[in-house]
Design a protein. Structure first.
Length: 489
């Protein structure tokens, strides 16, 4: 069925408290999607962020980001007073998240909610933990991490680093209240998430969520399951993930995530991965699997290298893994992020999986050659994006597009006016044969690269964009609705 949607991270929603949350603005965004005729809201990963504040570097694959918990909803639930949070400096820029201020202030407020609500909610909380044991792993990990002044778990004392039985018992007792705090705020997160998701469902809006292929080296995932990762006897990575040099980066991309021991995972029937997808499928209606090509073969870089120039492609689990996913998740919608260097083997795996791949219009307009990213070459079974979170905004991309490529774009869209090109690109996506068309909110708002979400291989300026209040106008909604109806989406 033809459909369309908008890519918009939770942290980018407008808010009085420094970062977008699952509160009023999220419900208003769902209303906007419904009124605009959109069937999908695509989000970035929603896990608790670690180094660089990237949603692709999370402390847990199973936990939710405490930053997204809405204080006003907690006040309605008698867990906070307005005075607990309304006069705190969470950052004064309504277009950028100040993560340092959020980190320093938010948990103080959440500690008050914990103090006010834990005893009241204790039986519900214990049921929640029983149903979500991986959340308990995360809560324990965060408590110990704070005990060791936020050091990575590889730098903790050996007894707890290696999870020796006596040490586990010692720290569970020593840090019991802190463990309950981290677990309880997860209880609050999922309570708010479930209500938000129910509201979306009631309004005919489905949620698309991202599942990163890799996990952070410093995470509850690696600490609790070191046997499934390529670690040495000291539990340091032997090889890490990334991408080789290409026309975008002469050094390649050094992501630094630990690689999987796919042989061990296969012996376990990929059980950890199946649990991970099951948890994600509870949150979302459709899952976008990031770096899908990494299941066919993955780029392995020796640990300690400064860049990704030296590395090798290593065979992955290929269709063995895909078959396990298909067998266990027959009703879960899945999108394969098949971008990057695609070999015939990767293309064969994608075709065999039956999952829709991705097409990016910003990759399409090379005046010298035909491209699989041009709409006349699309199969129906694909998802077309104007650009993703890793790309420039459409307005930014157009400002940097070579003259001859821009001339080709104008000819292809039959649009001469420079001013009309951003809308023309969205129209191109919506009019294509792709089953699903998605554009970033920034592209509908025609924002330049100051609103760019992420520039790969850079640190310090990413994942910060916030939408200002009042941008979701009725005029814009009507324009999107008209486009969507026209192209039967």
């Amino acid at each position: 069925m033809r459909a369309s949607g908008i890519l918009m991270p939770i942290f980018s929603l407008p808010s009085d408290y420094g970062i977008g949350t699952m509160g009023k603005a999220a419900y208003e965004f769902i209303d906007f999607l419904k009124n605009s005729g959109q069937k999908y809201w695509q989000l970035l990963p929603i896990g608790p962020t670690s180094y660089g504040d990237s949603p692709y570097q999370s402390f847990s694959s199973f936990a939710g980001n405490p930053y997204f918990i809405d204080f006003d909803l907690l006040a309605e639930d008698n867990l906070l007073e307005k005075s607990d949070y309304e006069n705190i400096d969470f950052g004064d820029n309504d277009e950028k998240v100040d993560y340092e201020k959020i980190f320093n202030e938010r948990f103080k407020v959440l500690k008050k909610a914990f103090k006010n609500g834990f005893d009241r909610d204790k039986s519900l909380y214990l049921d929640f933990i029983k149903e979500n044991p991986k959340i308990e792993d995360y809560a324990f990990y965060m408590a110990v991490k704070n005990h060791f002044d936020l050091k990575a778990w590889q730098e903790w004392d050996d007894d707890i680093k290696f999870r020796k039985k006596n040490a586990v018992e010692k720290y569970r007792e020593l840090l019991s209240e802190e463990i309950d705090f981290w677990g309880y705020i997860q209880f609050l997160f999922f309570k708010q998430w479930d209500k938000m998701k129910s509201y979306a469902k009631k309004n005919g809006v489905k949620l698309i969520g991202d599942i990163p292929i890799y996990v952070a080296s410093d995470s509850a995932d690696t600490w609790a399951n070191p046997e499934i990762f390529q670690f040495d006897k000291s539990l340091l990575p032997t090889n890490v993930a990334g991408c080789p040099p290409d026309c975008f980066s002469e050094d390649g991309q050094l992501w630094g995530n630990p690689l999987y021991r796919w042989d061990v995972l296969e012996e376990q029937n990929f059980s950890w991965w199946m649990e991970r997808i099951k948890a994600t499928a509870k949150l979302f209606d459709v899952i976008r699997i990031d770096h899908f090509r990494g299941f066919e073969s993955y780029y392995s870089i020796p640990y300690g290298n400064e860049n990704a120039r030296i590395g090798e492609w290593v065979k992955g689990p290929d269709m063995k893994f895909i078959k396990a996913v298909k067998q266990n998740f027959k009703k879960t919608g899945i999108i394969a992020e098949d971008l990057g260097f695609l070999t015939p083997e990767v293309e064969k795996m994608l075709k065999s999986s039956g999952y829709p791949g991705m097409k990016i219009l910003e990759f399409a307009f090379d005046h010298k050659s035909d491209s699989n990213y041009l709409p006349h070459n699309y199969p129906k079974n694909c998802v077309v994006y104007t650009g993703t979170h890793d790309n420039e905004t459409v307005v930014g991309w157009l400002s940097n597009l070579p003259k001859k490529d821009k001339a080709f774009l104008k000819k292809y869209t039959n649009v001469r006016s420079e001013k009309m090109l951003p809308k023309a690109l969205i129209r191109l996506a919506w009019s294509s044969t792709a089953d699903l068309a998605v554009a970033q909110m920034q592209d509908f708002l025609e924002l330049d690269n100051t609103a760019r979400m992420n520039e790969p291989s850079t640190l310090g300026k990413n994942w910060q964009w916030r939408m200002k209040k009042g941008m979701l106008t009725e005029k814009l909604s009507k324009e999107i609705k008209s486009l969507t109806v026209t192209y039967r989406r």
